[in-house]
Design a protein around this ligand. Structure first.
Ligand code: PLP
Length: 428
């Protein structure tokens, strides 16, 4: 039998850090990452044959659970018809119709791409093309993928590794992004008062979930949109993580009281295959080539196998799926809180719909500075105690926990059973 240690040693000899995406390396929790061989329902199995209840779910896409039969069947049927044509298929329009059916006025046109990074990158280019302005505003702790202009004070792996920005980003490009604190309307107002006429767009995670979960304060997204629009800037909401996960219409679908111009989707929309999208107002979206002057293209954009996975996933993610995930997330997060409280560990459970995470501090964080001011040293022992109990959590205190429709009573019991020892480990 190959062990996880052997698999990781082999990978490190040929892949930087042994991984193809940084957080997978267990850098902030220590130890050896599990090498996964298969996943089904709520479980993943590692190369040693050990099975874990999975609360990563591919960092979001597997909302139905891993290897859901209707998704696998759709993917197999699509693959049998050919893997990629470099020409349009009717599935692309069908997927766009499904999205529009869920979010109505938010998306009049949709462009399919392959990753969330491409979706946000293209949305920003479009906003610049539409406004003739260069500046971009983002919030500290928000993650929008790894394109040059979006890595300043970003969440996700950069938060985990304490990297303020990335080497290799030209200063001239970094200077086009202004980073301000999240949930701070006064900061938005002050910035727009000073530089409003230069700002092409504000990009915001619809609800932040890459510095742990930090929901927007009531009215924040609305006020932000009002101020940006007053100054002729566009609003891009990033729903790569929240889209079609926190509800049928994503975070925006839970509260339609404001009107962003563009939206980025990823993860769930591709059902586990590389597919993402940007959408929005027709007049802005129609600036994309071939209709307009803003260029974007992709050999594998709208790939037929990925589109089939996305369609099957959205079709299966019905109201019952969302209510199951909401209820299950609530049971797990309540139990986490009770276990930590029983050990006297200061914590705050952070929610945005069915997404949640634990912050090891007394009061609820509302921004990145708050999130960084927590006893994050408590997370690695908590994480490893859960892993020993057969539960795979995201290996960073700065990531959301993902529940799927396949997390049934048996899976939840295993999580709850692991919590007392994990809370004890966190308290030590
Ligand atoms: N935007 C958000 C909110 C994300 O959470 C992510 C990925 O985690 C991205 C963008 C980037 O997506 P991808 O990893 O598919 O490039």
């Amino acid at each position: 039998m190959t062990t996880n240690e052997e698999a990781f040693a082999r990978a490190k000899a040929v892949l930087p850090g042994g991984v193809n995406s940084p957080v997978r390396a267990y850098g902030s929790v220590g130890g050896v990452p599990r090498s996964v061989v298969s996943a089904r329902g709520a479980y993943v199995t590692d190369i040693e044959g050990r099975e874990y209840v999975d609360l990563i779910t591919s960092w979001g896409p597997a909302i139905l659970g891993h290897a859901h039969p209707s998704v696998i069947e759709a993917v197999q049927a699509a693959a049998a018809r050919g893997l990629s044509f470099g020409a349009s298929t009717s599935g692309e329009a069908e997927l766009a119709e499904l999205v529009i059916g869920r979010v109505g006025s938010l998306v009049e046109r949709l462009r399919l791409v392959s990753t969330g990074t491409e979706a946000t990158m293209t949305a920003i280019r479009l906003a610049r093309g539409a406004t003739g302005r260069d500046l971009l505003v983002k919030f500290a702790g928000h993650y929008h993928g790894h394109s040059d202009g979006l890595l300043a004070e970003a969440g996700s792996g950069l938060a985990t590794l304490s990297i303020p920005g990335s080497a290799g980003v030209p200063a001239a490009i970094a200077a086009q992004t202004i980073v301000i604190p999240y949930n701070d309307i006064a900061a938005v107002e002050a910035l727009f008062a000073e530089r409003g006429s230069e700002i092409a767009a504000v990009i915001t995670e619809a609800a932040a979930a890459n510095m742990g979960v930090v929901a927007p304060q009531p009215g924040f997204n609305q006020e932000l949109t009002r101020i940006a629009h007053e100054h002729g800037a566009l609003v891009i909401i990033d729903e790569v993580l929240t889209g079609f996960r926190v509800g049928p219409g994503g975070w925006w679908g839970l509260d339609r009281s404001y009107q962003p111009d563009l939206v980025a989707y990823g993860k769930v929309i591709g059902g586990g295959l590389p597919l993402a999208a940007l959408g929005g107002r027709a007049d802005v979206m129609n600036l994309l080539a071939p209709l307009g002057p803003v260029y974007q293209a992709g050999t594998l954009s709208g790939n037929p196998v990925a589109v089939a996975a996305g369609i099957a996933t959205l079709r299966a993610a019905d109201a019952a799926v969302y209510s199951h995930i909401d209820a299950t997330a609530s049971i797990i997060s309540t139990a986490v809180s009770a276990a930590l409280a029983a050990e006297g560990v200061a914590h705050s459970i952070q929610h945005a719909g069915n997404l949640f995470s634990v912050a090891f501090r007394d009061s609820a964080p509302v921004n990145y500075a708050d999130v960084k001011a927590q006893d994050s040293f408590r997370f690695p022992p908590f994480f490893h105690a859960m892993l020993a109990a057969g539960v795979s959590l995201p290996p960073s205190v700065f990531e959301a926990w993902f529940v799927s429709a396949a997390h049934d009573d048996t899976a939840v019991s295993r999580i709850l059973d692991g919590l007392p020892a994990a809370a004890k480990a966190a308290a030590a």
